[in-house]
Design a protein around this ligand. Structure first.
Ligand code: HEC
Length: 467
């Protein structure tokens, strides 16, 4: 267990989220865009069309700058952010997957080297050999996805994998591995098309027929995502653990009764972006390539970013309350330790929290409650203000008794039925609160000072205000 990194207002989760989505938006292009270069160069070669070659040279410069500067920097940024925000989760993944990460790293270095070779040999190598470099780049860059995909899907579905004596290959090739790999591949191809719209829109001197042709051609790169994407999404959802599927089904089936759960919101927004993006591509570069301009291209990039954002957000929601499914909760608590911590007490169990507690005055209830909050809740909530799932907003006007009720329910979160579905509704998102009763009472005391209207508190029933 490690100390907690508290980020005011946005919460540490958003720091990871923002860096990660930027990285995903560029790194998926780094692979799909590589395939785009290879296939389009092949096309130029077959047609023997210098105008397409000229465009590709410029496109590959944009590609080089974007992927090596922003792409690589944001990749390092992810390590920085997850190490600070989720040290326990990062440690678990590193211990299990160091080999895979090492291999990925080697391939990443090879990927960069191949691309530099490709970029600097336009017009220097004969066309056939130059094209070969593009194919080599596809193979190598695709492998980096292959390696990271096993780790990402494992976090969502560790299956029945045994952390002490399981075979790491089983963890890597977990049930969600293949559908997720397919899905990411389609997203990459779609992004390759969307980025190509942008560089094409910047072509001021290009022959208009060639430009229209290439815009239509680039639009077709979205087709696999449109046709096969939904099938793979369904296949993917079927490979998720049953409790996760339950949360999704419950979320979607209660929209009708006006209860828009956070999970349903994330999935709904992803669909809106996907359909909107497809409609815009159809109406713009595909059907009206001659009217296409840079503002439209930027709108498409923004919609693509919106899609990636909501898609990654949905994936994140599906994983909650875990950072590693069924093993470690988002706040670093290991599932198998819950009973032990309840018996030992939270501060006796957690070294750093315990050390911080000794710096407080004796009987400082508020301070103790604040520490409980910091260690058990800030991975997903902020305390004050109107920021990231702020307690002030979420507690509304609940008084201490109502808060105590809520915490009692949260304590039982890990008690599940034989299908693995929790008895209380909070299980879908939140880990159980752990600790001795006096520690949990201190948390309630602290939370009661955060509600938005401490003067006029009501004992609203916790069940009725779930949103
Ligand atoms: C793994 C992430 C996670 C952790 C850790 C977590 N929560 Fe939550 N919490 C959520 C999510 C997600 C929601 C639902 C948000 C929504 O519906 O917009 C939520 C909702 C809530 C609500 C509002 C529920 C309602 O009935 O209105 C309260 C209160 C709350 N959390 C308190 C806590 C406290 C106290 C802790 C620490 C003991 C905690 N949470 C830890 C993710 C988490």
């Amino acid at each position: 267990m490690f100390p907690v990194w508290e980020v005011p207002n946005i919460g540490s989760g958003w720091v990871i989220g923002l860096i990660a989505v930027l990285h995903v938006f560029i790194s998926h292009f780094a692979i799909g865009g590589g395939a785009f270069l290879a296939f389009t160069e092949q096309l130029a070669y077959k047609k023997n069309d210098d105008r397409i070659y000229d465009y590709l040279k410029k496109h590959s410069k944009f590609f080089l700058l974007l992927t090596t500067v922003l792409g690589a920097m944001s990749g390092v940024g992810i390590w920085w952010a997850i190490g600070l925000a989720s040290p326990n989760g990062t440690q678990t993944l590193l211990q299990n997957f160091s080999l895979f990460w090492a291999v990925e790293y080697i391939f990443f270095a090879l990927e960069l080297a191949t691309f530099l070779a490709y970029y600097y040999t336009w017009d220097k190598l004969d066309r056939k050999t130059h094209l070969k470099l593009a194919w080599i780049y596809i193979g190598i860059s695709y492998f980096t996805l292959f390696a990271i995909n096993g780790i990402l899907t494992f976090m969502l579905n560790s299956g029945g994998w045994d952390f002490t004596k399981g075979n790491i290959g089983d963890a890597f090739f977990n049930p969600s591995f293949w559908p997720a790999l397919g899905l990411r591949m389609f997203i990459m191809m779609a992004l390759a098309g969307i980025y190509a719209f942008f560089t094409l829109s910047r072509e001021k001197t290009m022959d208009l027929d060639v430009k229209a042709y290439l815009l239509k051609y680039s639009a077709k790169w979205l087709l696999p995502a449109v046709i096969l994407g939904p099938l793979f999404v369904i296949a993917y959802l079927f490979t998720l653990p049953e409790p996760t599927q339950q949360v999704i089904i419950n979320g979607l089936s209660t929209i009708g009764v006006g209860n828009f759960s956070i999970m349903a919101k994330a999935i709904f927004m992803t669909m809106v972006f996907a359909v909107g993006l497809f409609g815009m591509v159809l109406a713009g570069p595909y059907l009206n390539p001659r009217a296409f301009n840079t503002s439209f291209a930027v709108m498409l990039l923004a919609a693509g970013f919106g899609f990636m954002f909501t898609e990654e957000w949905s994936r994140e929601m599906m994983r909650k309350p875990y950072v590693v499914y069924n093993y470690m909760y988002s706040n670093g608590l290991r599932k198998f330790e819950v009973d032990k911590v309840n018996k030992e007490g939270f501060f006796n169990h957690h070294k750093f929290a315990g050390a911080e507690l000794t710096t407080l005055k004796p009987n400082d209830e508020l301070g103790k409650g604040q520490l409980m909050f910091r260690y058990q809740c800030t991975s997903c909530h902020t305390a004050k203000g109107n920021g990231y799932r702020s307690m002030k907003v979420m507690l509304a006007t609940r008084d201490k008794d109502a808060i105590k009720n809520l915490l009692t329910m949260m304590k039982e979160n890990h008690i599940v039925d034989n299908k693995g579905v929790a008895k209380t509704m909070y299980h879908g998102y939140m880990p159980p609160v752990v600790g001795h009763q006096d520690e949990i009472d201190a948390l309630a005391t602290y939370l009661a000072t955060l509600n938005s209207d401490p003067a006029k508190t009501t004992t609203a029933k916790v069940e009725s205000s779930n949103s």
